[in-house]
Design a protein around this ligand. Sequence first.
Ligand code: PEP
Ligand code: MN
Length: 337
Amino acid sequence: MIVVMEKGATKEQVEHMVQRVESLGLKAQTIVGAERTVIAAIGEKRPETRQSLESGPGVAEVVPILAPYKRASREVKPEPTQVVAGSLRMGAGAIGIIAGPCSVESLDQIVTTARAVKAAGATALRGGAFKPRTSPYSFQGLKETGLKHLAAAREATGLAVVTEVISPEDVELVAHYADVLQIGARNMQNYRLLEAVGHTKRAVLLKRGPAATMEELLLAAEYILNEGNTQVMLCERGIRTFEAHTRFTLPLASVPYLHHKTHLPIVVDPSHGTGHTYLVPEMAAAAIAAGADGLILEVHPDPEKAMSDGYQSLNIPQFQATMDVCRRVAAALGKTI
Ligand code: PEP
Ligand code: MN
């Protein structure tokens, strides 16, 4: 439910209604707008709730929140959210560029990459220390050593660190080193993990599961928001279809669709979304054209030697060229990167 207060409603009336919402066993989220204040009453729907709130002092009307996700919806918060984490700004007019290798492989590799991507315009550094690999025999990441290397790369460049956390037990450790906690596609519906990152003070990059619907993605975000963490970015990284010319199918209509439904920033991952280096620059530019608030791109100084996802990684000159195209597309839309 959304409790819409009258234009001239007093602070005391708003406060009173917040308490009334909470006494009904619902969580209250107050949104002070330019025109009027609204209170989102979030929790399980009960038929008597609406009548009980409608009679409150200073209440103009009580309307149901139609979307199954509440805190993530534009109905509750019409204006876009900007996520800020160190050097990274994403959403509400800011375009963020997260670049770096799939995996952290060595101190030298991550610091070298960080310097190069920063020089080319990246605003955050990515790199996996805990890797969710399809095969148990594949490289699983450097774990805490990798996190330390990422922290050193941040120290050297000032770039915010984006890195994946794959289990609830590791959240505290990863949050100690990272600026942004990445929830990978495979874990989008790992609800205990979503709650755990929701308890931290770190921004979260939530990737879409390859078989998840938009509604499931938004409900996954709701798990994080519902724990009190408002700094959530959604990432379209491609879905599984019958099509085999790309590793996944990258549906860019997700970007304007999600902007319609949610205030959260929308990021696109053309690296996993295509699975081929040669397709990445155009799809990165297309994502910006579709209105993405940011990109996450795999960049490796020597992709042929990468320990994971080299076949979809840009080398440094390719990343520079991609940034140039994206900047031109952004400029055509009156935006800057
Ligand atoms: C990654 O970013 O390296 C990764 C594992 O991505 P995804 O979870 O989208 O597969
Ligand atoms: Mn990868």
